[in-house]
Write a protein that binds this ligand. Structure first.
Ligand SMILES: [Fe+2]
Ligand SMILES: [Fe+2]
Length: 378
């Protein structure tokens, strides 16, 4: 399937993060609500490509019944494929959980309109590393490249890093292919985006240590960053809802983007409460919260992101987030209290949770001190 800029010279990509669909989807209201969001976004934006950012299904179903798994993936993608829109799905850590990665990729690949595949040799790490070129609107020459990288599962030694990273052999493949594209592009690096599930460690460059008065609205860093509480730096847009769960080992992927050139933006899933974005070292990084209601989420803030590239100026792009509620949709899967709470800004939810935890912590310490005084004093 050849991707190309549309007749208006634009290419619109619609992103869906961490849907985490399960086998009971046919009777589950959470699936129904997710599909409402998908349909509303597809009708409004009429994208040229959709991307599912991994953890699309978190189920053991393939091990139990591969045909039923194919039915689940087919139904999950149906709103997109039935409109004749191509969809590039990538693997998240949960697609790696049950040891059938190659078969799972084959299922996606067998669905009409689905672009997931593995372009790298079997000995290269990952099960679905591939790229797609976007051609000029007259179809004559490639103008832009989309990289879809498998960020693998958890790291084998969790004392070093909880999550795995993009391995040096994957980075080497990216560099070799980038060199070919540069040649094709008249000696200039071809502008490109990277889509992958687990964020690069450089995500933390978009955050800074919270001041004491910001603690109620801060988030705790993840793993090697867990001693620090963070807020977004000035200029960072969107919600910092949790410490980014990037790997604790930096394999040099971001440095490779800088060295090779061409990568102007990277889009990640994995952290269901984060949708912040900003520039670090000239590259745009964006986290994408869940578009579903299955995994941990703050409910009605589930959203999609539209990214639009302009053929005349492919190194510039626009992006916007739109949430479930902003499409005018009514949520059926959440009860009235959760619906009301999650209609509010995450900012206030986090502030409330942090203050409540702080008060509880102080109360526990005060109680322990009182007991110690009683014990030693009496
Ligand atoms: Fe996830
Ligand atoms: Fe994940």
């Amino acid at each position: 399937m050849k991707l190309k800029f549309n007749s208006e010279g634009k290419f619109k990509i619609l992103l869906f993060g961490d849907i985490h669909e399960h086998e009971d989807y046919k009777t589950n209201l959470r699936f129904k609500d997710m599909q409402k969001l998908m349909n509303a976004a597809l009708d409004e934006y009429k994208p040229d490509l959709c991307v599912l950012l991994g953890d699309n299904c978190s189920t053991e179903l393939f091990s139990k019944d591969s045909e039923k798994f194919k039915e689940l993936v087919t139904d999950l993608l149906a709103p997109i494929t039935s409109r004749g829109i191509p969809v590039a799905a990538i693997l998240g850590n949960h697609e790696h959980d049950h040891g059938h990665e190659d078969e799972v990729v084959a299922v996606y690949q067998s669905i009409d309109g689905c672009l997931m595949r593995n372009e790298t040799a079997p000995e290269i790490t990952g099960n679905a590393n591939f790229k797609e070129l976007i051609y000029s609107s007259n179809g004559e020459k490639p103008v832009f490249c989309l990289w879809f990288i498998d960020s693998n599962n958890c790291f084998e030694d969790r004392s070093i890093s909880h999550y795995d990273y993009v391995h040096p052999d994957q980075i080497e493949w990216f560099e070799e292919e980038s060199a070919k594209l540069k040649e094709l592009n008249g000696g200039k690096p071809m502008p490109s985006f990277v889509f992958q599930h687990t964020p690069v460690p450089e995500e933390y460059n978009l955050l800074r240590k919270a001041k004491w008065w910001e603690l109620p609205v801060s988030v705790k860093g993840y793993n090697s960053h867990s001693q620090t509480r963070y807020v977004g730096k000035k200029g960072v847009e969107g919600c910092v809802g949790e410490g980014p769960c990037s790997p604790d080992v930096n394999s040099g992927q971001f440095a490779s983007w800088k060295k090779v050139g061409g990568v102007i933006g990277a889009f990640f899933g994995h952290d269901h409460l984060n949708d912040f974005s900003g520039y670090t070292d000239g590259i745009f990084l964006a986290q994408h919260r869940t578009a579903g209601f299955r995994a941990y989420t703050d409910g009605c803030r589930s959203c999609v992101r539209l990214v639009t590239i302009d053929e005349k100026n492919p190194e510039k792009f626009t992006h916007e987030l739109k949430r479930f509620k902003e499409f005018g949709l009514k949520c059926e899967c959440l009860g009235p209290i959760m619906k009301r709470i999650t209609d509010r800004q995450s900012f206030w939810m986090h502030a409330f949770a942090n203050v409540a935890m702080g008060i509880a912590g102080i109360a526990i310490i005060a109680m322990i001190i009182t007991k110690l005084i009683e014990y030693f004093g009496g």
